[in-house]
Write a protein that binds this ligand. Structure first.
Ligand code: SAH
Length: 395
């Protein structure tokens, strides 16, 4: 016996974003729920005129009240449906396998699995279920991942704050296999160990892979300063690229210990300088000491967690960029990033332009930078764009 499908009725004129295939239904657009739906259940979303718009995952406690699974009325959402999405996402990354052992296999909305993130570190999968919808299909998704990749080890890092906004408790631990020791991976010839249990996000900033390679290509003979170095990503890429010397700064002692160990694993002749400090203070001291660098990386944490934080974040981005420009020798390169979704690429460029003016330096934009192609965004979901950056040359 088929129960009638629970139905989310939208208010009049609130269907425009779904017509444009934006995958979120905000609470304010909802008139009422017809029938009963538990968190994560699939609901039929209809306009005020009753017309079918989408099938979506219901999330009663989130401001994003439903996330679209499909705009196709003929599709039903079941285990086979989510498994097909997983297999397709994994297959799309197949050509990237040779670049690195660290790849993002599933990236939420862009892969049709809203709220689901899956990263692969060699034979270890790390998963995040950050919405009620993918939480509901957790077992089916894990089964499909194991089948699609052949990886027997799956660790869960559903301990991101996004879970709380969905009314879900934080959860972390092994789903398949044991809790892993730091996993060795090789990216563009550089070795890193990834702490999937205690590291940031799923353990590593996979999204910066192409940008680390770019830094490596331009590092030869340069004095490098890597700010917010975490486990040494950009530093080791620069060293492999032939940097003359490297100084790296992070506030976290654990991250720096891992970075130094990663450096040893790569067998460079001598260790570089790892500095535990607040980047804002360290840049100030370096300026006072008259230090100069030929290549600087600024990859700070998300200064603007939401639109409310944009002004304060813009000031912080400007400050570090201004100081970095002053520390750059003429001809020096600056790789500067923001991973705040609320800071648009245009805004970042404006902030950096303001920093250059105030630093009284002229600069060229050589490249606009973004996350790697294993971190796609859906063309109808601009919120998926979070990481942006610029490669600049100080004139
Ligand atoms: N570039 C790195 C990722 C950077 S993540 C990579 O490619 O792997 C941001 C890092 O900034 C974290 O390691 C965090 O410990 C550090 N951090 C945050 N605020 C800081 C501050 N004010 N000063 C120094 N480090 C900071």
């Amino acid at each position: 016996m088929n129960r009638p499908e629970p139905t989310l009725h939208l208010k009049p004129r609130k269907d425009a974003s779904l017509q444009r295939r934006h995958p979120w239904v905000f609470a304010g657009a909802v008139e009422r729920l017809g029938g009963k739906a538990a968190p994560g259940d699939t609901v039929r979303v209809v306009g005020a005129d009753g017309r079918f718009l989408a099938r979506a995952a219901f999330s009663p406690s989130s401001a994003i009240r439903a996330r679209v699974w499909t705009f196709d009325e003929a599709e039903t959402v079941d285990e086979a449906f989510v498994a097909a999405r997983v297999h397709a996402a994994v297959a799309r990354r197949e050509p990237l396998r040779e670049r690195s052992d660290a790849l993002r296999l599933v990236f939420g909305e862009a892969d049709g699995l809203p709220g689901c993130v899956v990263d692969r570190y060699a034979g270890q999968l790390v998963v995040q279920f950050l919405s009620a919808g993918v939480e509901r299909w957790r077992d089916a998704i894990v089964d499909a991942l194991v089948a699609a990749t052949g990886c027997a080890a799956v660790y869960e890092r559903s301990d991101a704050s996004a879970r709380e906004r969905e009314g879900l408790a934080l959860r972390a631990g092994p789903i398949r296999g044991e809790a892993p020791a730091p996993v060795p991976v090789v990216e563009h010839g550089v070795r890193y160990r990834v702490d999937v249990i205690g590291g940031h996000k799923t353990g590593f900033y996979i999204d910066q892979r192409d940008n680390r390679a770019l830094v490596g290509e331009h590092a030869a003979g340069r004095r490098v300063l890597n700010c917010f170095c975490y486990t040494g990503g950009f530093t080791l890429a620069a060293r492999r690229g032939g940097a003359a010397e490297a100084t790296s700064i992070d506030a976290s002692a654990e991250a720096l210990a891992m970075a130094a160990a990663n450096e040893r694993d790569n067998g460079f002749e001598s260790p570089s300088t790892w500095l535990q400090a607040n980047v804002f203070d360290a840049l100030k001291s370096m300026l006072a000491e008259g230090r100069q660098f030929d290549l600087i990386v600024l990859d700070p944490p998300k200064f603007a967690p939401s639109v409310q934080h944009v002004d304060a974040a813009a000031r912080a981005y400007k400050e570090i960029n201004l100081k970095a420009m002053r520390l750059l020798a003429p001809g020096g390169l600056l790789f500067t990033f923001s991973c705040s979704g609320a800071i648009t690429a245009d805004l970042l460029r404006g902030i950096v332009a303001g920093a250059a003016v105030d630093a009284r330096v002229d600069a060229q934009v050589l490249r606009q930078l973004a996350a790697g192609i294993d971190h796609p965004m859906s063309i109808t979901h601009p919120e998926g764009e979070y990481l942006k950056g610029l490669m600049l040359r100080r004139m």
